[in-house]
Design a protein around this ligand. Structure first.
Ligand code: WTA
Length: 671
């Protein structure tokens, strides 16, 4: 594990931010933190008092077992209380807080000409219509609904409609392949699929409906088709009729339902379904190290409290803010910090469907100027990409509205941190480097902008209710300055409850290695000031542009090709993506390694998983380095990929000659 040193200059919170901040200084942070650890029930009950409960929480707030040796792992927050997510993020704002006329979302299209403002009242109306539509299509409490939509308002309408009627949404990022969509639909046995005709991503037109149809066809082939109806938003038709005609969206009247037609026919009123605090809210798939994605399950009340409080404190939400998170709702960042956290706070957000470099490389800065964005949250990979274009595209726009900047998804390198802080934040805006995971539901290690002195590259300290610790290989806790496995000793309300349909995998993945702790899979260092520095992953996962990919899943896609006998995928540093995929493939006898094959393999991975998983390097590996027991030595492959000649101890390798051969076939440049 290599992490940057702690001898950094500290950046102190700006005084003007401290005046009205929710957590105005470090002492207040410590005081609240102590309370959240020493009296968690009192702490979270106070947070809960902001929300509407049909039946209020009583008794013990958090119940759990984190120790596999003592029985099943479970976490429960306010079980027995009843509430509704949608009611809390919409009706409560409209009716109790009088925010009906406030803009919930400024939707900004792929082209600057397409935009729309949606108020809280309008949002509530659309969500109720969608709820009634889903009900009409047969969706009932507890049913799973698959959503395969781009970043358009209908995505938010659908997810909130599910929560209103007690259905469980399973959103699949609209860049995933038909195969990945099918796998996810089957795993959670969804009864309805909601998708769109198509969408533009930059210059590229994506025919989503066709991919969705392929996915449903694959589900049928696998003989476990559960989806009976497909609700289709005619997004392109409303944006660009010419393209829509050319696209010729495939249509099956027996299955497909047109969004625009049904939404007009149903009522704008819909009673929310009152759910238990521990009823499921959504499933979201994340890569697993065995290759099969894991259906992370979150429940209603804990997730509401946690995303709402983290959003409020980490972005120090104020009523006149315009907040923009550039993530896609298909990932957890979008779930927690585009939809639920901001809406629970009555915030005004930008919802953006485009990409950072279309129609020009100043697009992000243009949008910030257009809406006078005050809080901006993006990924290090986007910062690194935009840094390459220099100052000109930034200086064309007025960024003086910005007050707080955030990053998420991967470690931020100091160069990117400084550029973000100086060029975008004009040295005025704290940068909150938020560490968290799909599984954690919300931020777990993060600065608070008015309270925490920053060290570039450190996610700093735990959020309220979170108790991190660092263990060595033997599971012993390390005190003070230390480096090892990052784990958490107790749950907070927003942590996942299980993996959908697979409690055993849930326990073995996160709780078995070190009984008594939730294991994050990350290496981490604590410096002498107590700051946490996230290092790389310790499992076989690779973080490409903030997207977690499983090496096993990519390897399975490669070996799926008839020419490939064996494949091993490792990470290699990449200046924009952070890490990228470097693949070693051993071909079957008499197959030739050439350009055509490399292209076919890349296409295969794209088709199986999606464009985000496209390998950068594919190298011919006549043999792979293995231990005598036949285990692939990934450490050695990582070093070959990086052209590191000093390979250290190779005494466990069955045939050390393999190494030289692999160095001879190394890819210098991307394949
Ligand atoms: C990585 C995204 C360093 C980490 C919210 C984690 C980070 C994985 C940071 C989760 C950060 C996220 N610094 N690494 N601030 N934030 N990561 O589930 O590897 O898509 O385990 O959730 O992203 O990715 P996921």
């Amino acid at each position: 594990m290599v992490v940057p040193g702690s001898q950094h200059k500290m950046y102190h919170p700006p005084k003007d931010l401290q005046k009205d901040a929710h957590v105005p200084d470090f002492d207040r942070y410590l005081e609240l933190y102590r309370k959240s650890i020493e009296e968690p029930d009192v702490f979270w009950k106070e947070v809960a008092s902001d929300f509407y409960w049909k039946k209020p929480p009583t008794g013990q707030i958090l119940q759990y077992n984190f120790d596999v040796t003592k029985g099943n792992i479970f976490v429960k927050c306010m079980e027995g209380a009843t509430t509704n997510m949608c009611y809390n993020v919409l009706d409560r704002n409209v009716k109790d807080k009088n925010l009906g006329e406030r803009v919930a979302f400024y939707w900004e299209g792929n082209s600057p000409a397409h935009h729309e403002a949606i108020t809280y009242s309008q949002l509530l109306g659309q969500v109720c219509r969608c709820s009634n539509t889903l009900k009409q299509m047969g969706v009932r409490k507890g049913d799973r609904v698959a959503i395969y939509l781009p970043m358009i308002p209908e995505l938010v309408y659908t997810m909130l409609a599910c929560t209103r009627i007690g259905a469980v949404h399973s959103i699949v990022f609209a860049g995933f392949s038909a195969e990945s969509l099918c796998e996810r639909i089957m795993d959670s046995q969804c009864s309805i699929l909601v998708t769109a005709d198509g969408v533009y991503r930059g210059e590229k037109l994506i025919n989503l409906k066709q991919i969705a149809d392929e996915a449903l066809e694959k589900c049928r082939e696998k003989a476990s088709a559960t989806v009976t109806r497909c609700l289709v938003v005619k997004h392109l038709r409303t944006q660009d009729a010419d393209v829509s005609n050319k696209l010729q969206t495939p249509w099956d009247a027996a299955c497909d339902v047109c969004w625009e037609e049904v939404m007009g026919q149903v009522s704008e009123q819909c009673e929310p379904e009152w759910l238990d605090a521990e009823d499921p809210l959504f499933i979201l798939y994340t890569s697993g190290s065995t290759g099969k994605p894991k259906g992370v399950l979150h429940t209603v009340a804990g997730y509401l409290l946690y995303t709402s409080l983290t959003f409020k404190c980490v972005f120090d939400h104020q009523p006149d803010d315009v907040y923009w998170c550039t993530a896609d709702i298909g990932w957890i960042t979008g779930h927690s910090y585009i939809t639920y956290g901001p809406l629970a706070n009555g915030a005004t957000s930008v919802l953006f469907v485009g990409i950072p470099v279309h129609p020009h490389v100043g697009r992000f800065w243009e949008v910030i100027e257009k809406y006078r964005v005050t809080k901006f949250y993006t990924a290090p990979t986007a910062i690194r990409l935009l840094m390459k274009y220099g100052l000109d595209p930034v200086q064309k726009y007025d960024l003086s509205s910005l007050r707080i900047l955030g990053t998420v998804g991967e470690p931020i390198n100091p160069e990117a941190w400084h550029w973000y802080h100086e060029v975008i934040g004009q040295k005025r805006c704290p940068v909150v480097d938020t560490f968290w995971q799909t599984e954690t539901g919300g931020h777990v290690l993060t600065p608070l902008p008015a309270a925490t002195p920053l060290k570039p590259g450190s996610a700093t300290f735990p959020f309220f209710g979170v108790e991190p610790t660092i263990l060595n290989e033997h599971g012993e806790e390390l005190e003070g300055e230390a480096e090892g496995y990052l784990v958490f000793r107790r749950p907070w309300p927003g942590i996942m409850r299980t993996l959908h349909g697979n409690q055993e995998r849930f326990e073995s993945t996160y709780f078995k290695k070190f009984p008594g702790f939730y294991v994050t899979g990350m290496g981490c260092r604590r410096d002498r000031d107590g700051y946490y520095w996230i290092a790389g992953r310790i499992d076989d996962m690779i973080n490409v542009s903030g997207h977690l990919l499983s090496t096993a899943e990519v390897e399975a896609s490669l070996t799926d090709h008839g020419a490939v006998a064996e494949a091993a995928v490792v990470s290699r540093p990449h200046t924009v993506k952070g890490e990228c995929l470097y693949c070693f493939v051993t071909l079957k006898d008499c197959r030739e390694f050439n350009r055509t094959l490399v292209d076919e393999l890349k296409r295969r991975v794209r088709e199986k998983i999606g464009p985000i998983a496209t390998p950068d390097f594919i190298q011919n590996a006549p043999a792979l380095p293995k231990t005598r027991s036949g285990k692939i030595m990934r450490r050695v492959l990582r070093q070959i990929a990086r052209n590191e000649k000093d390979l250290g101890d190779l005494s466990t390798m069955a045939d050390p000659k393999v190494v030289e051969v692999l160095f001879n076939h190394r890819c210098e440049t991307a394949s």
